[in-house]
Design a protein around this ligand. Structure first.
Ligand code: SAM
Length: 279
């Protein structure tokens, strides 16, 4: 999909409202992908006016996802991954990272975006150990009872639940901490939760102002969501979990791949993540 208004090449017929930006396509625009429309790129441009290095927000998130999957697939016995909010396929999707280290790893992706459904699904369901289910990830009960999820994820064995770059798009009535509590209660002991979230540092006026400007741009865009929450709010999403070292940190600081020579962009202060283990 390279031109505004044109459908994805491998699409099954599906209604896509091109007047509305979609989270998955906007994220794709941030990552420099081609699966986005003009309306999605407008959101990206709007956020860039608030923070010129906004693309790094998405890259910090994506690279955090890749490093955490590598950690889980190589350093733990986890071989089942429930990836909530898969996004459009891009380089290094969860199943590719996990199955490179453990060919037996099973991955179920869940997303409710029609474009992910129409053309991402085929690319994500690359092999018999990788599956996709269209559902609302902010309704834990629905996901926990989903037939595709249950066909491929064994809830009597430890698993990894991923909510990477998703909950800042939740703007409903429930406390996001409660949503996560419901998921965590259903996980067997020894399971892991990987979660990243837009962050408002609060104790730092400069970065709080930056977070507020981006929040404003996301919220009042045709996409309508992108909430920068406080440390306390984000910590509440890990209730009952032991955080793996180094705890809740900027995504770029979660076991970076090597020494840092370059100054990280300012937006890196506005996205954090952690991996929690259920005792
Ligand atoms: N997890 C991927 C990553 O970190 O690279 C993708 C993150 S992307 C920012 C968020 C994804 O969550 C999008 O693909 C969007 O469609 C999906 N999403 C948002 N709200 C959702 C909902 N209520 N149910 C299912 N998926 C949702």
């Amino acid at each position: 999909m390279t031109e505004a208004g044109s459908p994805p090449e491998s699409a099954t017929p599906v209604h896509i409202d091109t007047s509305k930006a979609s989270i998955a396509r906007v994220y794709d625009a941030f990552l420099g992908g081609k699966d986005n429309y003009e309306v999605d790129r407008q959101v990206f441009e709007g956020v860039k006016q608030a923070a010129p290095e906004a693309a790094d927000l998405a890259w910090d998130n994506r690279e955090f996802l890749i490093r955490t999957i590598r950690f889980l697939a190589s350093q733990t016995d986890i071989s089942q991954f429930l990836d909530c909010g898969s996004g459009l396929p891009t380089a290094e999707n969860t199943h590719q990272v996990a199955q490179r280290l453990n060919p037996e790893a099973r991955v179920v992706y869940v997303d409710n975006d029609p474009v992910v459904l129409a053309h991402g699904r085929a690319l994500l369901e690359e092999n018999e150990k990788t599956h996709f289910s269209p559902a609302d990830i902010f309704q834990p009960r629905t996901i926990l009872e989903d037939p595709v999820v249950n066909a491929h994820i064994d809830f009597s064995q430890p698993l990894a639940l991923l909510q990477v770059g998703t909950l800042h798009h939740y703007v409903g009535e429930r406390d996001p901490g409660d949503i996560m509590r419901e998921y965590i209660e259903a996980l067997p002991s020894g399971s892991f939760v990987v979660l990243s979230h837009f962050y408002d540092p609060r104790d730092d006026d400069y970065y709080t102002a930056l977070a507020n400007r981006m929040d404003e741009r996301f919220t009042h865009s045709p996409m309508g969501s992108g909430k920068f929450r406080t440390e306390q709010q984000i910590r509440s999403m890990f209730s009952g979990l032991e955080l793996v070292d180094p705890g809740l940190v900027r995504c770029c600081d979660w076991w970076p791949d090597g020494p840092r020579y370059k100054q990280e962009p300012e937006v890196s202060n506005c996205i954090v993540g952690a991996v929690g283990r259920k005792p």
